[in-house]
Ligand binder design. Structure first.
Ligand code: PMP
Ligand code: GLN
Length: 387
């Protein structure tokens, strides 16, 4: 086995989902939404099953979806995008990320990765011959450590990975932070791989700004979206990359040898989704905001520290007084309380931060409420045992 895969183990999302199923737990671990699929998009997929060809679609993606992605870039972010040269459809954002690393990295190239980070980044970068250079963000504020970023740049630095809104911490990078990053790209001749799968999932006053919209960064960004997140269909694995032709060309070459294409009926249904009215996109935010608030209030009511969350599906909760090791605590919570969560340490290569758990709140409100009751009773039992 290649050493990268020999050492990476099974993904923590799979581990916790399996454990959750084994214990009949409420799964607030893996990030997938429940009960939110837009009926128009499901109906479009069902129709497409009968009406659309079942054979290989074009390698770059179906024109109808590439046009819809270009139009969504204009409508939501004011980006002027040429669908024929600047849009590629992939089998999920995970494939898009791998395509970018495989296509753009030469052996030994360094990649700045902000941690906590989605687990596929490090593995895909290494398998592509690159070297991840982790930059740690710390709770409770998750501030961007600007000087540490500047100091980490070397002549071998090629890419920066930027995930905003950021899994698992719910941080949405603001204009000032983005301007700082855009300036770095320009000064050091770097490229940004922008994982924006949660682009439509922001709350309250938080405003998602694609780094690509900053004029300095327009030609240096690959912007990645996911229908899984935008239309609550994570099993579909339909992703899209928007990038200038000089960057997209190599990425398309990697794509043609990884998956080549993506199921056509799903592509045409996602095109319908991207054309839905603002009420759909406003409703997505409103539903998830309400679910976030239910879980946050429930956990806070039990005296648990809950950090602010401006976007994504996730809340981070402190474990002070509950245990020293977040991973061990997650296993116990699943087995004893019937609640699955994800240890934050699994988003750091060195497990540096073990003080918080990630809870996914994109679940039915009733399950969020039941989860709080279960945690309350588990805490009560612990207390009684301790007396
Ligand atoms: N990036 C981040 C930050 C994610 O949370 C996810 C969620 N699975 C992905 C990428 C992968 O998206 P997809 O399911 O479209 O591959
Ligand atoms: N992105 C999802 C999460 O963070 C899960 C992805 C996966 O299971 N690979 O939970």
């Amino acid at each position: 086995m290649h050493p990268v895969f020999a050492t990476c183990g099974t993904s923590v999302f799979e581990e916790m989902s399996r454990l959750s199923a084994a214990h009949g737990a409420i799964n607030l671990g893996q990030g997938f939404p429940v009960g939110m699929e837009p009926p128009e998009v499901l109906a479009a997929a069902a129709r497409a099953m009968n009406e659309v060809s079942h054979q290989y679609p074009p390698m770059m993606g179906m024109p109808v979806l590439r046009q819809a992605v270009a139009e969504a870039n204009r409508r939501f972010w004011g980006l002027d995008v040429d669908w024929e040269t600047e849009v590629l459809i992939t089998s999920g954002a995970t494939e898009a990320l791998a395509d970018c690393f495989f296509a753009l990295l030469n052996p030994g190239d360094e990649v700045i990765v902000f941690q906590p980070a989605y687990d596929s980044y490090g593995v895909a970068i290494r398998r592509a011959g690159g070297v991840p250079v982790p930059i740690r963000l710390d709770p409770p504020d998750w501030d961007l450590p600007r000087q540490r970023i500047v100091d980490a740049i070397t002549p071998r630095t090629r890419l920066i990975v930027l995930n905003s809104p950021m899994n698992p911490i719910g941080k949405v990078f603001d204009r000032d932070e983005l301007a700082f990053l855009a300036d770095l790209l320009d000064r050091h001749d770097l490229i940004a791989v922008c994982d924006e799968v949660y682009e439509h999932i922001t709350f309250d006053d938080a405003l998602h700004i694609p780094l690509m919209t900053l004029p300095q960064a327009r030609e240096r960004c690959l912007r990645i979206g996911s229908a899984g997140k935008t239309f609550s269909v994570t099993g579909w694995k339909v992703g899209y990359v928007t990038a200038p032709p000089a960057l997209l060309g190599p990425v398309a070459r990697a794509h043609q040898f990884l998956t080549f294409t993506t199921p056509p009926m799903l592509q045409s249904a996602v095109a319908v989704g991207l054309g839905l009215g603002n009420d759909y996109f406003d409703g997505l935010k409103a539903t998830l905001r309400q679910r976030r608030d239910v879980l946050a209030a429930g956990l806070r009511g039990l005296g648990i520290e809950v950090l602010p969350c401006d976007g994504t599906y996730f809340l981070c909760a402190g474990i002070t007084g509950l245990g020293d090791d977040d991973h061990a605590l997650c296993r116990r919570l699943t087995a004893e309380a019937g609640i699955a969560a994800i240890p934050l340490s699994s988003f750091y290569e060195d497990r540096a931060v073990r003080s918080h758990l990630r809870f996914c709140f994109a679940k039915e409100t009733v399950d969020l409420e039941r989860a709080v009751v279960r945690i309350e009773s588990w805490l009560g039992q612990r207390q009684r045992r301790a007396i």
